[in-house]
Ligand binder design. Structure first.
Ligand SMILES: [Zn+2]
Length: 197
């Protein structure tokens, strides 16, 4: 039998550092804000530096998006007005393809238009056909600070435009007729009031 020494201060620090290194980024799904929450109309601010706060926000956004489930999420949809989008267009039976899009800018849009039936995690269970440019060229930064330019078409083009709209306080229902949009806003406002009671 031998006496167990209490760990020295230096050893304690080393153990803490080791433990922190082993701890994966803490992820937690966040609440998705819904129409008519006025925060959905905010213009999000650019990200100047990818720090720990941004990394953990992005981890939470993926967690939230996959749980919903959805294929795209803008930070403002979890109430954070920063120019960050998470995307994953992989189909259910395909391996995940998470993409982080920071400070996206549309550099070019085609004259040609395309129509997709769109939905939005902030406007649940509503799907409407929306017409947008069929192709776009988008510049963005990833989580490592690398700048990318993508020529997108099809679903990716639609998804990028839908999410970039969110960063500017624009919702897909803004692309519908005023009559249709007003009807939808009224319906969701009533539902929100009912949920409050
Ligand atoms: Zn949306």
């Amino acid at each position: 039998m031998h006496k167990v020494e209490a760990p020295t201060a230096a050893l304690r620090v080393a153990l803490t550092v080791f433990r922190l290194a082993l701890t994966p980024p803490r992820m937690a799904p966040r609440e998705i804000i819904k129409l008519p929450d006025p925060r959905l109309r905010l213009v999000s601010q650019p990200v100047s530096e990818v720090d720990e706060g941004i990394r953990s926000l992005v981890a939470d956004m993926f967690e939230t998006m996959y749980a919903a489930p959805g294929i795209g999420l803008a930070a403002i949809q979890v109430g954070v007005p920063r120019r960050i989008v998470t995307l994953d267009l992989a189909k259910k039976d395909e391996p995940k393809t998470p993409q982080v899009v920071i400070n996206p800018e549309i550099l070019w849009s085609s004259e040609e238009r395309g129509i997709y039936e769109e939905g939005c995690l902030s406007i649940p269970e509503l799907y409407e056909e929306v017409e947008r440019p069929a192709q776009v060229k988008v510049r963005f930064t990833d989580l490592n600070g690398t700048i990318h330019e993508v020529d997108a078409n099809g679903l990716l083009a639609t998804c990028l435009q839908h999410e970039i709209d969110h960063l500017n306080g624009v919702l897909f229902i803004d692309h519908l007729s005023k009559l249709k949009r007003d009807r939808i806003i009224k319906k969701f406002t009533k539902a929100a009031k009912r949920a409050e009671v």
